[in-house]
Design a protein around this ligand. Structure first.
Ligand SMILES: Cc1cc2nc3c(=O)[nH]c(=O)nc-3n(C[C@H](O)[C@H](O)[C@H](O)COP(=O)(O)O)c2cc1C
Length: 306
């Protein structure tokens, strides 16, 4: 369904070319100072406009319509709306008849018996992550740790200085690129999380895989741990009990150990490519816009443990 969380619930709604998209948050802590201005910095990090991102630029002005009174959260459901203004739906008319390979056009039509809104990918569009970033802003106030996500590699290339040329060449070829994003959350207490189903890794993987276009997630050493010896992967305890290394990525037994939470997310290359004759305005590398979305997902999960 479209809601995630137990104590902090995030419901997303809207379609890429519908009138409005947004988010409803339940379980928000009362008394948090909150105004539209608080959303600007994170929303700007998701915005298109940089080379390699879509030419569809939206104002992304948040409108808080419930849950805030006299500058503070009330504890009642908090609703944030955004308008869709820069839409060109004619580009997408053919997607019903000719679903895009690699996108959700075909599976959406099967699941919703052809009644789904296909314009711009409808409810499956990356545009819907705008509400997730807004939810992340509120979640970061509730789970007030330090969140830092950044791109580590693009198209398998770790040399940042080469990224602009790589992106431009790929755009000129009508093709697309994937990327790896690393997220680090510091200042976390030890003891958050649950064993088994609601382990920190399970909840984070659940939330992160909800971001369209995610192909993988790994914690700490991740897949590389399988190629190490125990003596190389174990994190020895320091004098205060907190491990001195962080090969586990900050979690043991599903529970935070006092180290920073470190995980990496693999994003696929954009499905809609000019090379395949796909019309519309698309990101060459949509992952460029995702670090703030990954941070938001981490904050949403951690706010739910509070
Ligand atoms: C911020 C963001 C922007 C995106 N932009 C595009 C895009 O311009 N074109 C496209 O084909 N996919 C784009 N995607 C990815 C698709 O939404 C995604 O591939 C599609 O919904 C199918 O889901 P799946 O890849 O997880 O199977 C974007 C994703 C995000 C998070």
């Amino acid at each position: 369904m479209n809601t995630f969380g137990n104590k902090f619930r995030v419901s997303i709604f809207g379609e890429s070319h519908g009138q409005r998209i947004g988010v409803v948050l339940d379980g928000v802590k009362p008394g948090l100072p909150l105004c539209e201005e608080d959303f600007r910095a994170d929303l700007a990090r998701r915005k298109a406009g940089a080379p390699g991102t879509t030419p569809r630029i939206e104002a992304d002005e948040p409108e808080i319509v419930s849950g805030v009174f006299e500058g503070h959260t009330t504890g009642a459901p908090l609703t944030i709306l955004f308008k869709n203004e820069n839409t060109r739906s004619q580009d997408y008319a053919a997607f019903r008849e000719h679903p895009r390979p690699g996108h959700a056009d075909r599976t959406a039509a099967i699941k919703f018996q052809g009644f789904n809104d296909p314009r711009g990918g409808g409810h499956f569009s990356g545009r819907i992550t705008l509400g997730i970033v807004a939810a992340g802003v509120v979640a970061k106030k509730m789970a007030a740790y330090s969140y830092e996500a950044e791109i580590l590699e693009i198209g398998g290339n770790i040399r940042r200085e080469e990224w602009p040329v790589l992106i431009e060449q790929t755009r000129a070829e009508g093709d697309s690129l994937g990327a790896v994003v690393e997220c680090r959350v510091s200042g976390l207490p030890a003891g958050l999380g649950e064993p088994f189903w609601d382990s920190v890794e399970s909840r984070l993987a659940h939330a992160v895989f909800a971001i369209p276009g995610v192909r993988g997630i790994e914690f700490g050493d991740g897949f590389a741990a399988s190629r190490k010896k125990g003596s190389e992967h174990n994190d020895a305890f320091g004098p205060d009990g907190v491990p001195v290394t962080n090969y586990a990525g900050g979690v043991n037994g599903g529970i935070t150990n006092g180290n920073p939470l470190v995980f990496r997310v693999a994003f696929k290359p954009t499905a809609s490519i000019a090379k395949a004759g796909i019309p519309g305005r698309h990101d060459v590398c949509f992952a460029l816009r995702t670090p703030v979305i990954v941070e938001a997902m981490a904050a949403i999960v951690l706010a739910d443990y509070k």
